[in-house]
Design a protein around this ligand. Sequence first.
Ligand SMILES: O=P(O)(O)OC[C@H]1O[C@@H](O)[C@H](O)[C@@H](O)[C@@H]1O
Length: 321
Amino acid sequence: MAMSSNWSLSSSFQTLTPSKPKAKPLLLRRGIGKKAIAMSLSQETAASGLQVVEGNGGLPKVSLSSIHGSKAEIYLFGGCITSWKLANGKDLLFVRPDAVFNGKKPISGGIPHCFPQFGPGAMQQHGFGRNMNWSIAGSENNEGDPIVTLELKDDPYSRSMWDFSFQALYKVTLNSKSLSTVLTITNTDKKPFSFSTALHTYFRASVEGASVKGLKGCATLNKDPDPSNPLEGKEEREVITFPGFVDCVYLNAPNELQLDNGLGDTITIRNKNWSDAVLWNPHLQMEACYKDFVCVENAQIGNIQLEPEQSWVAEQYISAD
Ligand SMILES: O=P(O)(O)OC[C@H]1O[C@@H](O)[C@H](O)[C@@H](O)[C@@H]1O
């Protein structure tokens, strides 16, 4: 499979001592007071093409601009990428009209994290990663393309649900026609833990014209009609469309899928080490917006167990040609 030249991952599991990226640290650090955050807003940071600005609800938002014209936005709350615009100004991601930006409820749209649980399970459906504040651990600029690394660590809130010490690093790179992410989960505890995770990507779409290719032959867990009792099956379709409610897990999904968003764009979704995929459209359960998006999610549905100091790494690379 062809990958871009900056696409490299030596191994999926690495034993390493958790470390900060080498890039120059920015002002917004974890645990910093509100006042300090306010002071650092609007500041042009060390790496060009990257700014921290005030987003909806006053939440800090990282704004990325490539010299090639593409743009992206990431809320530190939830480490959620809410916008990915090509040079032509088209935003390929979708934020639901009912999304709230109050720093409490997860942002419904863009690319929310499901961590440390895809769900359903012991804690809230998609875990706590999407409703905690991530911090900026570093930034770079590679030939005009901005790169930012966000970090999430355990705190009393996460420990109230999942009593482990962890570090999540999320490196986001914006290129002219692509957006890539590397998620690294490290066990910083003294005991093993297990987790599941997903990138719950909401793609802007015209649902009637949208389709996904690449999943034929996969084993499926279909949550339609009963989400609490998924039906096991096998995907027989070359081209999957969204004629009604869709909520299906694809196990051992391939490393490359293609989404036709029904709006004139073909989006290639490549991954390394995201083992599974999920397709979701709520249909009439969300009458106000279901026609305007489809979720195509890279996921790790089965639990990953990490020993102390061990890391799990997975990459996603979405591009529009
Ligand atoms: O939490 P959100 O963004 O509303 O998404 C919920 C949906 O997320 C999907 O990933 C699940 O497969 C669905 O079962 C679930 O209903």
